[in-house]
Structure formats: C-alpha cells, structure tokens
Design a protein. Structure first.
Lengths: 271, 418
C-alpha cells in the first residue's frame, strides 16, 4: 500500500464511520428526553410556623436512607433559633465582637427533638437563656435545596454527582472519588461523607420513593404538615399553588444557586 | 459508634451545621505547598535557561532536577486525601470540565513532560558518555550491566554529541524552559483557582487567590532550593577537606566563594517575590475589611482573634518579616541565608495552613467555629493518612527520590555545557 492509497482508505473509513456515529447522536436517548422535557419538577415547601422541632423527620430520614442512626451526620436536620430582645448572642467567656453570633443549635441534627431549653454550643457545653430575655424562638427544617444552579454538580471533577431531569441532585456512589470538593462547594452544608460507603452523601428528596408516587420519608413522618413536597409543573399541586401565590422565601439567595426548597415565614435570622 | 470522616480532628463551637467538619485537612495543606515547591524550583532554573542569568548556572541545574524529584510528590497528598484513592484515575478517565480539579491531570502531566524533556536535553551528553564508557567495558557484571542498559535506553538512540547537535540541544532547553514558565505558573495558579473559585467559602473566594499562590509558590521553591543547595555544598566542602586535592573536587575556597555568590543572587529573587506575595495578601485583607460584606463579622473574628497567632505571628512575623530582615541586613552570610530560607519556607507553609484550615475555621452559618487538631499519634488508617505521619511521608519522599535521580543525572559532578 502506498501513501496515496493509505490516505484514500483512511478518508473512506472515517466518512463511512461518521454516518452511523451521527445517527447515534441523533437518537441519543438523553437528547430526545430533554427535547420532550420532563413534566415533573420536584420542589419542597417548609412551613416554619408549623414545625415544633419533634425530630420525627430526622429519625425517619436516617432509617429510610440508611444513614447510621448514631453517626453525627444527617441528610436532613432541624435547627432551633432563640432570638433575644437585645439581639445579642449569649455566651460565657469573652468575645470581642459578639455581633456575628446567634443563639441556635441542632444537637444530633435535632433527631431526638428539643426537650430542654438549654442551647447546645458544642463540645458538651450549653447556655441557658432566661425566658424574659427571649423575643422569639422557632424551628427551621433543613435539607438539600436541589438547586437549579448547583455548585456541587459544577465542582465534581469526575461527574459523579448530577442533576436529574426532574430537578433532583444525585450522587453516583460507584463513581465518586471522595475528594470532598462538593462538600466544600455547598453553602448550605447539606453534604457529608457517608460513614459506611466513604463517598459523598446528601438528601435526594427520597428519589426512590417520589418517583414511585410516594412522599419523602420526612414529609410522611411530619405530624404537623410542616414539610411538603410537590411538582412545580402541576398547577393543581397544593405546593405549586403556595409557591406561586404565597410569600415564600429561599435560603442564601446571594450565592446564586437558585434553591428549590421554599420556606413560609422565613425569619431574617435564619442562617 | 460509627465515626464520621473529620469528626476525630474537628472541635465545633457555637452554631455549626450538623454535617460540617474539617473535611480538607493536612494533606490539602501539603498539596499546594508541594506544587508550589515544584513550580518555584522550576521558575528558578528557568531564570538561567531563559533569561540567561549566568551566575545561577549551578543552582539552575540542581533546581531543575529537584523539581523533577518533587513532581510525583505533588500527586501524593491528593491520593492520601481521597476517600476512594483507587478511583483517583477517574479524574483522567471521565474529567468533568466545569470542575476546577478536572483538568489537574492534564496540566500536571503536561508540566511533567516538559520537565522530563528539558532534563533529557540537558543530560543527553552525559547519557551518551556513560553508555559509551560502559559499552567499552568487558565483564560488566550485573550492576554495570543494568547501568549500561539504563543509560543506553536513556540516550533514546541519539548518540550524536557533535558541536552542532549540542547547540541544537541548548536551543531546545531554552525553548522548553520558556514554555515551562507559563505552564508552571498555570499549574500553581490553578491550585489557587481551586480554592479561589469556591463561592461557598468566604475566606477563599477572591480572584487574587491564584496570583497570591503563584508568588508564594516561587518564594517557597527558591527558599527550598537555597536550603538544599547550601546543605549539599556544605557536604561537598567537608568532602573536599577530607580528601584533599587528589580527589579532583574543587578546593575548599573555590566552593566557599561559589556558594555565597550563588546564594546572594538567588536570595535577591527570593525577596522580590516575597514582596509581591505580601503586597497581594495585604491588599486582599484590607479590601475585605473595607468592603465588610456579610461574612466580614465572622472572618474578622477568625483572622484577628482565633487565628491571630498563626496568621500575624507565625506567618507574617516569623515567616515573612524576620527572614526579610535577615536577607536585607548587609553582609549576608551563608548561615544567615540558610536560616532566612528556612523561615521563609515555614512562612509559606503557614500561609497554606491559614488558607486551607483557616477557610474551614468558621461555619457556613457564620455563627460558629471549627478547630482542626492535627492527629499526631494515629489510631486508624484515617489518622495515618491525614495526620502528622502522612504529612511527614510527603515531606521526606522528594529527598528519597532525589537521591536516586541524582545517581542517574548527577547534579554536581557533571560538567555539561548547560
């Protein structure tokens, strides 16, 4: 074979291969699916007025999603805020500038409920606040915000975490290398390393349940209806109606992550 | 009870989210520190090859070889850090290019190839000479037989050492060193970008981060080269005294004067890059204080209270100001330069520490703190990898590698044209 023949044959082979290859691209299932569009978009609604901090949601989540019950990590958690009349943080010892502070806690992710008025300030220490100093106190349920512009997906170096067509961010446990960049990238602190699988772990809106017509474990276990999940593309969905017509807030809008967990009665002090 | 990753070395204070721990620990401090040394050592060698700073000839060859010994070690902390180290190769197989880490494998291997080819051109005449010398020997034995195979393989079949061929080699070295500088800066600026682009971290997020990282990288690289150079020269001085003139080594006085000249000149570049690094770091600090956005309340608490000693005493005081004075006082001696360079190296290490660990010293809630306690005596694999033991392993490895590389590419005995 001389050089001319070699080049000729190479071009023929490439041209011949290009046709089936482009056909493959043409019928790429993902492209087709995207063109059709999903008729589901999962969103979450949390009503802080209804949350009493019982911790049933955290219990249910840990059991449903096999996050070790006693491990100090959780896919979802409940925070307690106690705002004082003078707006100051209560601590012992000296702080040059207590202006940053706030009285809030989430011991054991709020799993066992908040049964004592003492605020957990870490390392087994507590601070007690007198009733007459308190101006307001409330609970805030937290979970993954399933952001429309998720920084965790952006920073994953191997594409092991991704956003599904119906709006949920998932992690591929067989591909995650465990670098922790997604944990660093999340402004909400929802991610952690699974103590057993040693890969990044996060709330999935109970994807295995909601895609089968069930509610998430936390929604189902909430006795007060503080947590609701809905489909934003269904105009008759009660969650959609509230999100569309009610006054809803989101967490940390300044990061541009476009979170999809909406809050009713969100206080300005919520972190 | 099942232990969560990071729990053992994290102390939490006030309001932190339940899942927050120090996830990026000592190995992520080591990673930019080691890549910084690689990049810095290479930039120093390029000063001679590209900009023709003739006086740097000796240290240039040394720093090039040393930078090669440091290369694999820049990878080591990352592997020790990963929760799934066996999957590390996925970064090369399925790179997800919106991530700042995804291109690491590509940038790193490009840089590695540049350094390797530059070294090949520098040492080609040596490989040829060795291969020919060993070829001439009868009854080579196992060791020399292996050396013969190694050196003839290293020549890659290019035995031409005529004047013309060597001139071409020299051109190639200049060219490779030239493209090596931007790539080295990119490699390290890139490490800075990995941190600077994390919008969720108030301390890290600044466009200055890559530039600060490059400047401090060059500082640390040059400082390490000065220290190692001085140590090696001292050993040679002792050898030359012991063996006397018959050994063929340069005389004690020759070595002495060469050493101080080299050190003086190199330290000038060191101080230059130090000033650039400090200027940028202070600019960043002033800007944060002046603009005082939402995160400033907690950052101020971390910078001026919690980490004051680590930042202002250990990093800026002992690591920057003190060595600056040591280098700038008239009549620089080798001993003083060695001390100054050691302190600078410490300063850059503290800077990495204060960025990586300091960036995790406060909660994303801006209402609580986290403190990292370095595991000294390990009790499981995790505390070996991400503790003092792992960090020391990373520090020692380049010297072990350098010892072996020096056997093949002798840094000092070699009288090549470059």
């Amino acid at each position: 074979m001389d050089r001319r023949d070699f080049l000729k044959q190479t071009i023929t082979i490439i041209a011949g291969a290009a046709i089936p290859a482009s056909a493959l691209e043409f019928v790429n299932p993902r492209t087709l699916f995207a063109a059709k569009g999903s008729d589901v978009k999962w969103v979450f609604l949390a009503d802080t007025q209804k949350c009493v901090g019982c911790g049933f949601c955290v219990k249910a989540c840990k059991l449903e999603n096999e996050v070790p019950y006693d491990a100090d990590v959780s896919r979802t958690w409940v925070e307690r805020y106690v705002i004082c009349k003078d707006g100051k943080m209560r601590v012992e010892g000296k702080m040059s500038n207590p202006g940053f502070g706030i009285n809030a806690d989430s011991p054991k992710a709020g799993r066992d409920g908040f049964t004592t008025p003492r605020i957990d300030i870490g390392e087994g220490k507590h601070v007690e606040i007198r009733d007459e100093d308190i101006s307001k106190a409330f609970f805030v349920p937290k979970l993954c915000n399933q952001c429309d512009n998720p920084p965790c997906v952006q920073v994953c170096p191997v594409g092991a975490t991704y956003k599904t067509g119906d709006g949920v961010v998932l992690v591929d446990r067989s591909w995650c290398i465990g670098c922790g960049y997604c944990i660093m990238g999340c402004p909400y602190g929802v991610r952690f390393f699974h103590p057993v699988y040693k890969v990044a772990e996060k709330c999935t809106f109970c994807y295995h349940r909601i895609t089968k017509g069930m509610k998430t474990a936390c929604v189902q276990s909430c006795p007060f209806g503080a947590r609701q999940i809905g489909n934003l593309k269904d105009p008759n969905d009660p969650v959609t109606k509230t999100v569309m017509t009610g006054r809803v807030g989101i967490l940390k809008s300044e990061y541009g992550t476009k979170p999809q967990v909406y809050y009713l009665a969100l206080d300005r002090e919520v972190r | 009870m099942i232990e969560v990753h990071g729990e053992v070395w994290t102390i939490k204070e006030f309001f932190t989210y339940p899942n927050e721990y120090i996830y990026w620990s000592i190995q992520i401090v080591m990673y930019p520190f080691m890549t910084g040394l690689v990049a810095g050592a290479f930039v120093l060698s390029s000063l001679y090859h590209v900009f023709g700073v003739k006086q740097l000839k000796n240290i240039a060859r040394f720093s090039l070889v040393f930078s090669f010994a440091l290369l694999p070690v820049a990878m080591m902390p990352l592997m020790l850090h990963l929760q799934q180290p066996m999957r590390g190769i996925h970064v090369m197989m399925t790179p997800h290019f919106t991530s700042a880490i995804a291109a690491f494998g590509i940038v790193f291997s490009t840089y590695g190839m540049i350094v390797a080819s530059e070294l090949w051109f520098v040492y080609r005449p040596h490989f040829v000479a060795m291969a020919l010398e060993l070829k001439g020997q009868n009854n080579r034995g196992i060791i020399d037989g292996f050396r013969y195979l190694l050196f003839s393989a290293l020549t890659l079949g290019a035995y031409d050492v005529s004047e013309e061929a060597l001139e071409k080699d020299e051109k190639a070295v200049g060219f490779l060193a030239g493209i090596g500088i931007p790539v080295a800066c990119f490699l390290h600026g890139y490490a800075g970008f990995i941190f600077g682009s994390v919008k969720a971290n108030a301390l890290w997020m600044t466009p200055l981060m890559p530039v600060i990282f490059i400047c401090s990288a060059v500082v640390s690289g040059i400082a390490l080269c000065i220290i190692t150079y001085i140590v090696v020269m001292e050993i040679r001085k002792i050898l030359s005294r012991m063996k006397g003139k018959a050994s063929g080594l340069p005389s004690f006085e020759e070595l002495q004067s060469a050493e101080i000249e080299e050190v003086k000149l190199t330290s000038r570049y060191l101080v230059m890059f130090l000033i650039a690094a400090i200027t940028l770091e202070l600019l960043d600090l002033i800007f944060r204080g002046y603009t005082a956005v939402k995160s400033w309340d907690i950052l101020r608490e971390v910078i001026y209270q919690k980490d004051f000693y680590k930042i202002f005493v250990m990093q800026y005081g002992m690591g920057n100001l003190l060595p600056f004075i040591l280098f700038k006082l008239p009549g620089l001696t080798v001993r003083r330069a060695a001390l100054g360079a050691c302190l600078m190296l410490f300063g850059v290490f503290m800077m990495r520490w204060n960025v990586v660990i300091g960036g995790q010293a406060f909660s994303s809630s801006f209402a609580g703190f986290m403190e990292y306690v370095l595991p000294i005596i390990p009790h499981n694999m995790e505390t070996v990898k991400e503790g003092l033991v792992g960090a020391l392993a990373v520090i020692i490895t380049p010297y072990v590698l350098f010892y072996f590389i020096n056997k093949v590419m002798p840094v000092f005995k070699y009288k090549g044209s470059h």
